[in-house]
Design a protein around this ligand. Sequence first.
Ligand SMILES: [Zn+2]
Length: 345
Amino acid sequence: MWQTIGHSGTIELLQRAIKRGGLSHAYLLVGPPHIGKMTIAIDIAMALNCRAEPDKKPCGECVACKKIAAGRHSDVQVLSLNQNGSDDSKEKTEIGIDLIKDMLHSASLPPFEGYYRVYIIDEASNLSMEAANRLLKTLEEPIGKIIFILLTANSGLIPITVVSRCQKLKLARLKTLEIEKALNERWQIEPEKALLLARLSHGCLGWAVEASHKSDLPAERSAQFEKMQTIVKGGYSERFAAASIIAQQFAKKREAVYETLDTWAGWWRDILLAKTGCHSDIISLDFEPALAEMARTYTLFQINAVIKYIREAGVQLKQNANSRLVLEALMLNIPKVPETTAPGA
Ligand SMILES: [Zn+2]
């Protein structure tokens, strides 16, 4: 049984190809982080090396399936940034040529214990140009029972010559209901938490599963929400101080700031939904009363404008604008909560 949840169109296509022996020698799985690319890749590796009857592959129970699941099968290899050479002191920014050369050397040998050699390259946009060119040569001249599976969130960052040699499979976000059901049934997460995580996951089951293990997630979210509340209730000094802190964070860890802006945009989207009476679509169910209160405080025009300002700030930061100026402008653009109707007042 395939372990992948959702993505039924992709799984059916792969199943048919495996059944008739018509798998492509290289696949490029494209989709946002935590959407299930690695799970599908592992499923393909299992289906190709499983020792069960053809219509039961991948069984998940034979020695081959178990070894692949545990990352211990000698014919299935995952390459990622984390394995980039032996010098751990250097920051790893690329999957280098040496790793690809080693991989291609082992690919020239027949499968050792299974039926197919499967090479999974996690976030293939991290391949150095030299490594991508070396891999390209092999992709142009497919050899024997070898399958390459490249995973990426953005195929635009991979040389087009490599992309054109792979069968591209785009993975769509899962439906909230699909994720909620999976969390409930496979991971035995209680209904209320499963619903919240499913809504917060933006269609990425892997994110929801990871978040379910974090015992501090509610506290983290409360702290973030409080920070946003401090800004909307605060005067100039609080707002400039917040901009300065976030700008400092941006200098060290850009992704964290993009995430914060996404979270804020999500809350303001929820405020918009509360304002327009679309309560069933609200994502942050854990803050629903406070969001509803904010919806009463602001006009529809103001809420829409804040969402636009947050989005614009994100775009400007990605375009390398001066982060402090961008964040200060954002802080000043968020309308202040009138004292008399402040949430909780
Ligand atoms: Zn099996």
